[in-house]
Design a protein around this ligand. Structure first.
Ligand code: P1T
Length: 380
């Protein structure tokens, strides 16, 4: 089955009770048993729920994995991966990453004795400098949030296999429409399904997808033991969202390209970060590992000031100033004060996350309206 068909039919079957094409929202905490242990495959909804199961099957299908696990949020999914580790273990992570992931690593798991090395991985050779016998996990975001750096997934997987280290990829920005990390050698794919998978800014959810049964069992055990599951209603919405992922992504990419080129040509704009530009440092890797370049764009203006960025985002009328990304509607964010506020200013600036940086999640509205909105906000 090819990708577009998988988003709709991948590992999906009509519901067993009445043949409903979409799975019912099984809004139940528990399931009747005829005798202790005598049940129809479901005992308690923390452990498993049929609506969530249908979503998890779809997740596994679209990422070319064998097992999907749906969580209460993206961070809950990352939290479960970290619980595979023990005090004394070490993690090598991309230095540019979602601020909440950085906060979870440094403010929670460092306190439990796990050591993190935040490394610029645009040149994957940097990774091996930080690998030793304590290293248990390589954590990669690509494209990174918010600087849109591109990391070579296949090259990292060669390093992870050589050192027998787990390799996880946060595929939130790209989605499986654009890149398939498991096919490129990653062990775990993680999603904030809050974003493109859900696609309509109406839920908060996370997901993990793996191929290996033993790894799936360990992650499932952690989820059941810790409890951060996605509820049936949200699972239904995410499954519905996935069914249009391919058509939404196609339009996101078209609009993203138009907006990126418009910004780049504007005399008041300084730098535009988008992997589709030929002069993006790792454009050649993006071209190889991604099907297209996505609709996440960051930029600075020549004014290069906090006031300029704030003024710009306040003037936008179609783009909404808000946290998050990946919904049908265009959003604008100010990483330094919003999504990456939990990274110390000094660290942020080393990564290029200046106070003047603005991040756009380009939606699927008409391109002309989006460009007119950016123009009036830049020029007024
Ligand atoms: O918000 P949550 O569903 O818990 O997902 C966390 C997360 C993980 N990974 C990436 C790459 C993310 O972008 C996020 C969440 N990001 C935002 C809310 C944001 O606006 O960037």
């Amino acid at each position: 089955m090819k990708f577009n068909t998988k988003t709709i039919h991948g590992k999906q079957h009509p519901d067993k009770a009445y043949g409903s094409v979409m799975p019912p929202i099984y809004q139940t905490s528990t399931y009747a048993q005829s005798t202790p242990g005598g049940h129809k495959g479901y005992e308690y909804s923390r452990s498993a729920n049929p609506t969530r199961h249908a979503l998890e099957q779809s997740l596994a299908s679209i990422e070319n994995g064998d097992y999907g696990i749906a969580f209460a949020s993206g961070l809950a999914a990352i939290d479960a991966i970290m619980k595979l580790l023990k005090p004394g273990d070490e993690v090598v992570s991309t230095s540019d990453l979602y601020g909440g992931t950085y906060r979870l690593f440094t403010k929670i798991f460092e306190g439990f004795g796990i050591k993190f090395h935040f490394v610029g991985m645009q040149d994957v050779k940097n990774i091996e400098t930080y690998i030793n016998e304590k290293t248990k996990l390589i954590w990669v975001e690509t494209p990174t949030n918010p600087m849109m750096s591109i990391i070579d997934i296949e090259a990292v997987s060669i390093i992870s296999k050589k050192h027998n280290v787990l390799f996880a990829v946060d595929n939130t920005f790209a989605t499986p429409y654009l890149q398939l990390p498991l096919d490129l050698g990653a062990d775990i794919v993680m999603h904030s399904a809050t974003k493109y998978l859900g696609g309509h800014s109406d839920l908060v959810m996370g997901a993990l997808i793996v191929k290996d049964k033993e790894l799936a069992d360990r992650l499932y055990f952690i989820q059941n033991a810790s409890g951060a599951i996605s509820g049936p209603q949200d699972s239904f919405l995410a499954l519905r969202g996935i069914k249009t992922l391919h058509v939404r992504m196609q339009r996101h990419c078209e609009n993203g390209k138009a907006v990126a080129h418009y910004l780049k040509s504007h005399p008041m704009v300084d730098k535009v970060y988008w992997p589709g530009f030929e002069d993006h440092p790792n454009h050649h890797i993006a071209k190889r590992q991604m099907k297209d370049y996505g609709a996440m764009i960051s930029f600075t203006t020549k004014q290069d000031s906090l006031a300029g960025a704030v003024n710009f985002v306040e003037k936008l009328q179609i783009f909404t100033l808000a946290e998050s990304l990946g919904g049908v509607e265009s959003l604008a964010g100010h990483p330094a004060s919003m999504t990456h506020g939990s990274i110390p200013k000094e660290e942020r600036e080393k990564l290029g996350i200046k106070d003047s940086l603005v991040r756009l999640s380009v939606g699927i509205e008409d391109e002309e309206d989006l460009i007119a909105d950016l123009k009036q906000a830049l020029e007024n």
